[in-house]
Design a protein around this ligand. Structure first.
Ligand SMILES: Nc1ncnc2c1ncn2[C@@H]1O[C@H](COP(=O)(O)OP(=O)(O)OP(=O)(O)O)[C@@H](O)[C@H]1O
Ligand SMILES: [Mg+2]
Length: 275
């Protein structure tokens, strides 16, 4: 059985520790919803699993079907079936969308895909995502609207057919029709193949459409709570404060510390101006 296991993962960015011992296991055919307050490390976890070099793993393990992911390059991770649909897809001028998609597909195949077969698959996926075929000949994400970028991420997922798909706020910026397209694409992949998802979203609407099997809450760089889909309705209704009163989970607000020193600083400046 396929599995993705994250064990005691510590990750730093620019020497600041963001993840402080994440434990999470995702099994075959599971859809795990990852929620948590802003800035608590959700995107950092996904970026670290995918191998973004800015995110330095200082301790812990990531295992994909018992293989050590931390020893793999980003390409190898993709080859092994990991996929990340990004919160902020980058614009890559000079790289044609269709060429990018074709090389991504080929990186997972022994023999390169034939041109006719590629266009057949591209046309089917574009139709499903309601994306015009003309976007395939544009530079990757360049000038794409927010919603087009997100739909293009899902188009990549449809073509790559990953084993483990991580989707980071794939619903933000989508209109209602596009949200339905995205959730239909996720649900169809679930039906057609053996695939697991780790899905980050702040909104119950996407989760109502894709029906997660499990929910994990990230607070202060750790998975603070795991449970069933009922946690999503609670967060949707009450936010995160109840975690403190009912579960004893304190939500650190590091930016408040920063803001306090700023305001002391600005008071001092005001005093100096008065003098
Ligand atoms: N490349 C980076 N450089 C500096 N700080 C970073 C970087 N990436 C993440 N951080 C910091 O790490 C913390 C966690 O960020 P992350 O993006 O993982 O949060 P998140 O849980 O995904 O939040 P959101 O819900 O707002 O997307 C934040 O304080 C963020 O500013
Ligand atoms: Mg994020």
């Amino acid at each position: 059985m396929k599995s993705l296991i994250v064990e005691n993962l510590h990750v730093s960015v620019d020497d600041k520790e963001i993840l402080r011992g994440v434990n999470l296991e995702i099994k075959e055919n599971e859809v795990v919803a990852l929620l948590g307050p802003n800035g608590h490390g959700k995107s950092t976890l996904l970026a670290a699993i995918m191998g973004n070099p800015r995110y330095r793993v200082t301790e812990g393990k990531i295992l994909l079907n018992d293989e050590d992911v931390l020893k793999m390059s980003v390409d190898e991770r993709a080859k092994h079936g990991l996929f990340l649909g990004m919160q902020y897809p980058s614009e890559v001028p000079g790289v044609v969308n269709a060429d990018f998609l074709k090389s991504a597909i080929n990186s997972r195949r022994e023999k390169p895909i034939g041109i006719y077969e590629f266009y057949r698959q591209l046309e089917a996926a574009s139709k499903k995502m309601n994306i015009s075929m003309s976007m395939a000949s544009r530079f990757l994400n360049e000038g794409f609207s927010g919603g087009e970028k997100k739909r293009n991420e899902i188009l990549q997922m449809l073509l790559l057919k990953p084993d483990f798909a991580m989707l980071d706020e794939i619903d933000s910026g989508l209109d209602v029709d596009a949200l339905n397209c995205v959730s239909d694409a996720i649900n169809d992949l679930k039906k057609e193949s053996v695939i697991s998802f780790l899905v980050v979203s702040h909104y119950a609407r996407l989760y109502q459409l894709i029906k997660p099997t499990r929910v994990a809450i990230m607070v202060n760089g750790k998975i603070a709570l795991e449970g069933g889909p009922e946690i999503i309705s609670r967060i949707d209704k009450d936010g995160y404060e109840w975690l403190k009163y009912e579960k004893g989970i304190e939500i650190q607000k590091e930016d408040q510390v920063a803001m306090r020193s700023t305001s002391i600083g600005s008071c001092a400046v005001k005093e100096a101006i008065k003098k």
